[in-house]
Design a protein around this ligand. Sequence first.
Ligand code: CMC
Length: 418
Amino acid sequence: MTITDNRTGRSVTVPIEGSTFPSAALRELDRTLRLYDPAFLSTASCASSITLVDGENGILRYRGYPIEQLAEQSNFLEVCYLLLYGELPTKDQYAEWQHEITTHTFVHEKVKRFIDGFHYDAHPMGVLVSTVAALSTFYPEAKDIFDEQSRQQQIVRLIAKMPTLAAFAYRYSVGQPFVYPDNSLSYTANFLSMLWRIAEPRFDANPALARALDVLFILHADHEQNCSTTAMRTVGSSQADPYVATAAACAGLYGPLHGGANEQVIHMLNRIGSVDNVPAYIERVKKGETRLMGFGHRVYKSYDPRAKIIRQTADEVFEVTGVSPLLEIALKLEEIALSDDYFIERQLYPNVDFYSGLIYQAMGFPLAMFTVLFAIARTPGWLAHWLELLGDPETKIYRPRQKYIGADQRDYVSIDER
Ligand code: CMC
């Protein structure tokens, strides 16, 4: 591509690789020239080999493997390994990986006391963000980010301890004693045990529900350069330790436009209240008075492939739990939206969050836990990007430029004269 600066008549020819060109070439034209792209609509911030999202065609692949195959045939821990190390593990590698994760699920006793300091109605995401950051103080060697062994240890700890922190945050919010991890259980079954166990010596989750949660975790495990992953990379680029970088990523996820959307979907369905009110709600959305939560995506301009799989998982969960009374409203919303010009023109389709909230609710999770579940699942993705960033010779500290639109130089006026 040849770019001509019409002010000077100078041209520069830039190579287009895939669909990107190096913006550095623009500096050849004029060192002060900047691309203005406030929400990174057309900016590739890094080169990555982890996840492919093809939004036009509704394709999602981790390390080349289609999400549909992984959701059907793999499990969350195996997918974690794949995302982090680039290949599916052999039997021995998997056994070692599973052993490592399973034996690092406990947290320091002081973490419990730290959680005790929160207000009784603290949102579990606020608790999670803070406790993940606090892990940094328990493992000071995590600062040694260029030591491969240390990096590996923090990765194992983070993936292993996230469910424990999440479950503790939940138990605290309902005033129940913390349940310690049960290392004889699978990753998701242990999580469910830490959440729901009361007095029984061992809690065996319904296998269909444990599997459904595992599938949901697989679907949420990575999604390339979204808001939270970009936060992880941004903080990671300053060479901060992975605990505080993961806390930053969790904070990015918390917002209602990102990982908080699944909670908002249920609020919305509750507000709509019945199928009869759906058309009126759609009219309000079209007038711009509100948004259809769980719809639309920056990248997907067709049906989100994760939403398709989740729709199927929802049926499997409802077979065990009974059908959610909100499902009927959700289906009607989807039916009307998919045939309405407003949504067709803007290419707005259900995203991953449209049905995941219904599943979580049917499984008994309170709304405030939904984003926490997303955070557990996204942790391997964040860490895979952190590893990739550290190993990339092109990595420099993230430092975007700005278009300054403030006041010109002016002289200070003393407070008495203002
Ligand atoms: N309901 C109604 N209108 C919408 C919606 C929606 N959910 N999403 C986008 N639009 C409209 C928007 O009003 C705009 O219309 P116009 O051109 O007339 O101004 C047009 O579609 C483009 O929207 P945008 O806000 O420029 O799109 P974006 O790429 O900046 O936003 C989004 C993406 C996901 C933030 C947005 O679609 C949204 O707010 N969706 C609802 C929240 C949600 O479900 N988020 C979860 C995303 S998936 C999970 C994850 O990866 O985090």
